[in-house]
Design a protein around this ligand. Sequence first.
Ligand code: C2E
Ligand code: MG
Ligand code: MG
Length: 263
Amino acid sequence: YNGQLDEIIRTEADILRRLKEAVRQETLEVWYQPIMRLNDNRFSTAEALVRLPNGKGGFFSAGQVISLAERSGIVEELGDYVLRRACLFMRECGKGLGLRRIGVNLSVQQLLVGNSADHLLRLIQSTGIDPQFVTLEITESVLIQSIDQAAQALEKLRQAGVHIALDDFGVGYSSLNYLSNLPVDIIMIDRSLTRQILTSPKQYALLKSIVDMASINELSVVAEGGETQEEQQAIAKTGLSYIQGYYYARPMPEEELNHFLSQ
Ligand code: C2E
Ligand code: MG
Ligand code: MG
C-alpha cells in the first residue's frame, strides 16, 4: 500500500511540475474534437481539450491533469490558457473551417471567483473574437451544487452571447425537472448514458426521454460517445442534434483538425 501511495505522489508531482512548466513556456497543447451536426452532416463546432505531454511520447489523461490542477490552485491559470488558445484558433481558422462555435471546458473555480464573467468576457474579447463564437461547458454536478453563486455569472455570459453547456449530463445528479430553470443552452450527455445504447432498451428509452425533455425546453443536445456506426445510428434515432464521438472523429491537434475539416 505504501509503495502504491509513493507511486501516486511521485506521478502527481511529475504532472504538476510538467504542467507549470508547459503553461509558462506555452507548450501545453490544446487539441480539438469536431462535433457532428446531424441535420446537415457537417462539423459545426469543436471542443477544446487540454493535452499535457508525459515526456514519453504520450499524454497524461486530461481528467487527471484537471483534477490535480484544481487541487493545486492552478486551474484558473490553466483554464485561461486553454480559453485564449481556443479563441485564437477560432479567430484564425474557425470561419474557414465552417465552425460556428468553439467549446471550452470550465472548472468550478473559474466560475466561482469574483467577477468571473467579466474576466472571461475580457479574455475572450482580447483575442479579437466575439463571445457568440464560444460555448463554455460546465459539469452538471458542479452547476447544481453552486447554482446560486453561478447563476448571475452565467446570465451575464449569456447576455454577451456566450452559450453555456451542461457537461457530463447523466452522471449522478440528473433530474429532468430542473432543465427548464437552468441558465444553459446546451446539454451534453455523458458517454455512460450512450455506451449501452445497443444492448439496453431501457438506456435507449432514457436517452430518448432526455432528448424530448430538452427539446420541450428548447435546449440543444449533444451526445458524447458513439464509437461505431451502429451506436451512432441508434443515438441519432433519438432525434438529438449533435454527436461527438470517435466514430466521426477523435480529438486531434490544431494542424490535423485544419487538414481534417478542409477535406
Ligand atoms: P468532457 O468535457 O466530457 O470531454 C469529452 C471527453 O470524451 C474527452 O475526453 C473525449 O476525448 C471523450 N470522447 C469523445 N468521444 C468519445 C467516444 O466516442 N468514446 C470515448 N471513449 N470517449 C470519447 P478527454 O479529452 O480525456 O477529457 C476528459 C475530461 O477532462 C473532459 O471531459 C473535461 O471534463 C476535462 N477537460 C479536458 N480539457 C479540459 C480543460 O481545458 N479544462 C477543464 N476544466 N477540463 C478539461
Ligand atoms: Mg466538455
Ligand atoms: Mg462530457
